[in-house]
Design a protein around this ligand. Structure first.
Ligand code: 5GP
Ligand code: ZN
Length: 124
């Protein structure tokens, strides 16, 4: 079952951001999705896309999330261009979702990193 942000509001950083309890630099918002700039960017463009409803990671994703994740992935190219990524193929962007400790996940609310812009990048 997908829990509402309020179920995790005390403990989850990105639920707090989704609820506006912690400020973020917003890139995009609709009824299901929030995108905001990463606080420690690796690249000239680096924003995160999250579902507003708490999902801990990609490991919890199932068939019931197909529409939501499809919507997020289909939105990413548009937001990347709006945020300053140059067009494919000279430009482009990188999409990363760290999952679990060995996947390098630090915040346990599903998020998609979208990174791009002129190289070199700070990391990655
Ligand atoms: P992870 O390592 O879980 O894939 O990525 C978590 C990301 O969240 C990191 O890139 C980190 O910089 C970012 N982050 C952590 N705390 C905050 C915050 O309070 N605000 C914003 N905008 N980003 C954050
Ligand atoms: Zn959460």
């Amino acid at each position: 079952m997908t829990l509402l942000p309020s179920d995790h509001l005390e403990t989850c950083l990105f639920c707090k951001i989704a609820a506006g309890k912690i400020p973020s630099r917003k890139v995009y918002e609709d009824d299901q999705i929030l995108a905001f700039h990463d606080i420690q960017p690796w690249a000239p463009v680096h924003f995160l896309m999250i579902p507003k409803r708490h999902i801990a990671s990609m490991a919890q994703v199932g068939p019931e999330h197909e529409a939501l994740l499809g919507r997020m992935m289909a939105l990413a190219p548009r937001l990347a261009l709006e945020q300053g990524c140059r067009p494919y193929p000279e430009g482009g962007f990188r999409i990363v979702t760290n999952t679990g400790a060995e996947g390098g996940q630090e915040v346990h609310h599903l998020h998609i990193h979208v990174m791009g812009g002129p190289r070199p990048w700070l990391r990655g």
